[in-house]
Design a protein around this ligand. Structure first.
Ligand SMILES: Cc1cc2nc3c(=O)[nH]c(=O)nc-3n(C[C@H](O)[C@H](O)[C@H](O)COP(=O)(O)OP(=O)(O)OC[C@H]3O[C@@H](n4cnc5c(N)ncnc54)[C@H](O)[C@@H]3O)c2cc1C
Length: 346
């Protein structure tokens, strides 16, 4: 009989992130399909009661918490000690956790301490005839594998965005406190602050409906023999403002900046989509002035509907990489789109 633990950390404000609710959905679905299994919730944070209350109506029979000021921040030693204590208290066989940087960093170590195994980047969990299997992608999302393990405890880190979030109601959860003894050595590392772009400079929006991708074409000489960077910048930023899309880029465009060439200043390598970039998840994607080369489009694996605007009817998008290709000038198309969006808004 499997004991399934949903293990998550709280956010700075004591709430549960969407990624934790997604992992809970995966854990609860697994619990439902495994007759005789138990579902336990384990939470780590400065104060875990509010987070536990927010999911009190989920099918878990037990809530375990490790809390206190020492557990508010992301730190390997304290997070690993907390996770280890919760796993032991629950006598878990399967641990499902969101693959946040905080969980991904400590859980492989906890698996080692408990003689178990860990799998990261999991995008699906299923059970048939009592056997549990997980899905994950390899070689930059080119190959999908299904794997199972007999070793327990099995730590399964679920990729954010790959599952629907659990919609269970709140209530009052009875959280059992799990005591953890920390030596001073566990508290040597401290988080002294967080550096993040200002809210209006934040162009990467994982929850956006649309991924808007810019390619090197925006910086190239156009029909009049001139490059039009200020115009490109205005069109792109206006579109992001009006649509709240997330901004992606081709490698060529972000590389241009590193090579000292004139480039769009709001782009960094964090925006890069592809084999050596990110694999974001959005219902729709629109690519502009980007050729649609294979190393770029492998990053589009989890984009639902793909459209592209390119002047070249023989570009990579035309060869099966996009659902719709507009053979058109992206400057003209995006200018018109912005006009329509602004009119709709007003
Ligand atoms: C090992 C390896 C890993 C790589 N990893 C990645 C990766 O992770 N991500 C990535 O993006 N690339 C990656 N690449 C690079 C990739 O192969 C391409 O070189 C790159 O994606 C091309 O970028 P681009 O399409 O923006 O530029 P270009 O190839 O220069 O294409 C620009 C396009 O803009 C179009 N255009 C110009 N003006 C207009 C206009 N007015 N309107 C409409 N269209 C216009 C042109 O027709 C052209 O198709 C990798 C390469 C290698 C070898």
């Amino acid at each position: 009989m499997e004991t399934i633990l949903l293990l998550a950390h709280t956010e700075a404000d004591g709430s549960l992130a969407k990624s934790a609710r997604e992992a809970l959905h995966a854990a609860a679905t697994l619990h439902k399909s495994l007759a005789g299994s138990k579902l336990v919730i384990g939470l780590v944070g400065e104060n875990v009661q509010a987070a536990a209350n927010s999911i009190a109506a989920c099918p878990a029979t037990k809530y375990l918490g490790v809390s206190g000021p020492d557990f508010g921040q992301s730190r390997y030693a304290t997070d690993a000690a907390a996770a280890e204590a919760i796993c032991k208290a629950a006598q878990v066989t399967i641990v499902v956790a969101p693959a946040t940087s905080r969980m991904a960093r400590c859980l492989p170590g906890v698996a080692q301490r408990l003689g178990g195994r860990a799998d990261a980047h999991v995008t699906g969990i299923a059970a048939a005839d009592g056997k549990i299997s997980v899905n994950r992608w390899y070689y930059r999302q080119r190959m999908e594998a299904t794997l199972d393990r007999t070793k327990r405890p099995w730590f399964i880190l679920v990729d954010p965005g790959s599952q629907p979030a659990c919609q269970c109601e709140g209530g009052t959860a009875n959280v059992e406190n799990v005591a953890v003894q920390l030596s001073d050595a566990c508290k040597r590392t401290t988080v002294v602050g967080v550096r993040a772009p200002a809210a209006d400079a934040q162009t990467i929006r994982p929850d956006a409906q649309l991924l808007f991708v810019t390619g090197a074409g925006w910086t190239k000489k156009q029909a009049d023999g001139q490059a039009h960077l200020p115009e490109a910048e205005k069109l792109i930023l206006n579109f992001l403002k009006l649509s709240r899309a997330s901004l992606g880029s081709s490698k060529s465009l972000v590389d241009l900046g590193g090579e000292g060439q004139a480039v769009l200043p709001f782009l960094s390598h964090l925006n890069q989509v592809g084999q050596t970039g990110a694999t974001p998840r959005h219902p729709k994607g629109l690519s502009t002035c980007c050729h649609g080369e294979e190393p770029h489009t492998v990053g589009w694996r989890f984009i639902g509907e793909r459209r592209a605007v390119n002047l070249d009817p023989n570009c990579g998008w035309a060869r099966g990489k996009a659902d719709v290709l507009y053979v058109a000038d992206a400057f003209a198309v995006m200018g018109k789109v912005n006009e329509l969006l602004a009119a709709k808004k007003s």
